[in-house]
Design a protein around this ligand. Structure first.
Ligand code: AMP
Length: 208
């Protein structure tokens, strides 16, 4: 069983969803920089105030805000971890490699047109972080989280205009990590199309 997994793939490729499923079944701790930043924005912390403008523009938050924070969280987790949304640049990957060995970089591959459809129809729970899709994975009651009953919302950066910037940022800054982990012999790419459960079956085989 792999103990340190990096989830790679563009926004909307299913990193959060597949990561959650691995956590429930195998007891990983999932560390999502996006979730941490959204929490900071919600609580209006210093980090949140600085990060918001970058997130709303679909750009990456500067490394000095994110690398130290993530290193701290990894230290606290001290066990089987899934990193969702980190590293997102070669510099972040180099910083990570100084702290722990990555066993697997799991790359979810999904075409751009599909990503835009998925992201703009995504609805998220502000309290427990559950994620839904209005067509393919709708909540049982309209606009209400199945898991905790909170009112669902659309992330500020899940609008069509921002999504296109996020995809551009992904291609420029994060895609080089596919080659980076490929050269280290850690990369496995999964086609992230089909139902959530179909994709998860493929993911599980790779992780085990
Ligand atoms: P996500 O939920 O992973 O799609 O992240 C949402 C937004 O948070 C991204 O568009 C970035 O603005 C920011 N973000 C998340 N992770 C990172 C990271 N590792 N480095 C820089 N910015 C990040």
């Amino acid at each position: 069983m792999k103990s340190t997994i990096v989830l790679l793939g563009p926004p909307g490729s299913g990193k959060g969803t597949q990561g959650e499923k691995l956590c429930s079944e195998f007891g990983y701790v999932k560390l999502s920089t996006g979730d941490m930043l959204r929490e900071a924005v919600k609580n209006q912390t210093e980090l949140g105030k600085k990060a918001k403008e970058y997130m709303d523009a679909g750009a990456l938050v500067p490394n000095d805000l994110i690398i130290g924070l993530m290193k701290e969280k990894i230290k606290e987790a001290n066990g089987k971890v899934i990193l969702d949304g980190f590293p997102r640049t070669i510099e972040q990957a180099d910083a990570l490699s100084g702290q722990l060995e990555v066993d697997l970089a799991l790359n979810l591959d999904v075409a751009d047109e599909e990503l835009v459809k998925r992201i703009t129809m995504r609805r998220s729970c502000p309290d427990c972080g559950a994620v839904y899709h209005l067509l393919w994975n709708a909540p049982k009651a309209d606009g209400v989280c199945d898991k905790c009953g909170a009112k669902l919302y659309q992330r500020d950066d899940d609008t069509e205009a921002t999504v296109l910037n996020r995809l551009k940022t992904y291609r420029e800054k994060t895609l080089p990590l596919v080659e980076y982990y490929g050269k280290k012999g850690k990369l496995v790419t999964v086609e992230g199309v089909g139902s959530i459960d179909e994709i998860y079956e493929k993911v599980k085989k790779i992780v085990q």
